[in-house]
Design a protein around this ligand. Sequence first.
Ligand code: GCU
Length: 654
Amino acid sequence: MKSFFYSLMTTILLTVATTVSAEDGSALWLRFGTQGQSDVTGVKCTAMDELKQHWQGGPVVLKKQKKIAKDGFSITTKGGKTFIEASNDAGLLYGAFHLLRLQQTGKDVSNLHINEKPFFDLRILNHWDNPNGTVERGFAGKSIFQYPDAEKMKYYARANASIGINGTVLNNVNAKPEALSTENLQKVKQIAEWLRPYGIRTYLSVNFASPIKLGGLDTADPLNPQVVDWWKKKVAEIYQLIPDFGGFLVKANSEGEPGPCDFGRTHAEGANMMADILRKHGGIVMWRAFVYNPQSKDRAKQAYEEFMPLEGQFHDNVIIQVKNGPVDFQPREPYSPLFTAAQKTPVMVEFQITQEYLGAANHLVFLAPMWREFFSYVQPQKLRAMAGVANIGTDTNWCGHHFAQANWYAFGRLAWDPTLTTEYIADEWLRQTFSNDERLVRPMTQVMAESHEACVNYMMPLGLHHIFAGGHHYGPEPWYDVPGIRRDWTPQYYHRADSIGLGFDRTRKGSNAVEQYPASLSARLNDINTCPEEFLAWFHHVSWNHKMKSGRTFWDELCHKYDLGVHQTRQFLTSWDNMKPFVDAQRFDEVQRKLRIQTRDAVWWRDACLLYFQQFSKLPIPNDVEHPIHNLDEMMRYKINISMYENPAYGYDK
Ligand code: GCU
């Protein structure tokens, strides 16, 4: 009797424990269930372990096939068996996860003929993690790499492999020299060993002045033989510990970080020095083009201006890593003109998965539409690789917001296949993460698909950009100013509101940023009547009375867009409220709470921006737009005290 009682209690406790952990979001989209004894034969590798554990169908055979492209795979059904073939272990693993995804999303797996290969060779996450455990622009807790353990790292690696990610930069681009200390390299070695079975190579961000700060030299001049020697020894030390180390990511001469220009050398000279040393070990350099200085008349032009003169000078294992837009991960930006201008310089795109400028981990904003929009202007063929600034931390659900997991997911899927549509990715993710029930999948796919445009509407419609609060990038402060501050760090620099209108004149009569785009696009952007309206205030100083396609004046359209954003978020909340029958209680409540914050924040954005800009337009807010419920003075006094390492616990609460 006693033993019956104990076993009953154990069963209850175990059930409670698994149910709780299954419903807190920690499982991400990997909810295959466990079978544990599937019939899987052939090549012994990680793919075999995964399938043995999680596959619930008939026999699977894993085979090597040299003819298949690196990391690609084929899945074929023959004689009641499923064959996965690939030329390398990673390809087999991607094939295995593909098969598991089909199973999990309820697809027919009885007769498969699939051939897949990744579009980009390098599909890499950039973590902005600091040695002290903070994560710059991280909204999901602390760094997962500060005190890494095998179990957590394995789950991280599996999640990445399941969506094809094959590289990870472990530390912040604002890199501390200690990243290369022998002590840290020992830690990196351990992490690399955990990630390797899942086809993930490890990379580090490095501080260009490391030879001075870590090596004790008096210079970091890339042409100085002692400096070169220091890097050679350091790189040799790294490869001894981590034979498949991927290479360096470098933020140089940007926002106060050191770089070759400090020693009178060019970006090319700095990057090539490192690349030449890494080449013999098979490593690469990803050199960032995120550069701007206060002297320039237009920040949006600077990456192009600094990097185009270096065309053809970078060695073949250097890739220039360029943010998708020319300013800085704004809710909407036109693409950075470097992508179409660079002919001889290999470029890769850097997207930001973490929502630094998109409501942090409080707002539901699915980023696939934004990245798809980028690819509608820049052909993926122009790019060497795709990097994403991660939104991952120690929070139980990894990303702070359950729906933020979808952005990690979408990044991986688009790096594998940039032609996948927003709806396709959302549908796939929802089915795996929540349920295959159409009553959830359909409405929530729609919410996800609309969410980015909604965020643009309530934050910065019609080409507005960078009107964020001074201390953080969460709420609105189009008025932010401090005596003596760099002008390009104030919202006025970007919005230029005055009695005539709103927006930054980047036409030929203004800063002429339009000139950096290909001729036909440049002409279209330059003309206020042909410039896409979503970029109007990006390229033009638009008069308040300018006639929009809708027939409204620009001012009225601005009011409508802000208001539309508010209504869209309320609709998202209603849609989610209807999901209660299909979602477990914990995740339902947590998402609902965040959506409530988002609806309040949308009102905050609308009211703050319209009331502020109204001081310049002196025009009434149209009658069919919900009128501000706040008062500008109050909002201007309102401050959220958060650092760049945390998620605001709540938004506007007045
Ligand atoms: C933005 C961000 C910084 C970051 C920088 C970068 O400016 O706010 O935190 O360091 O981008 O990408 O280097």
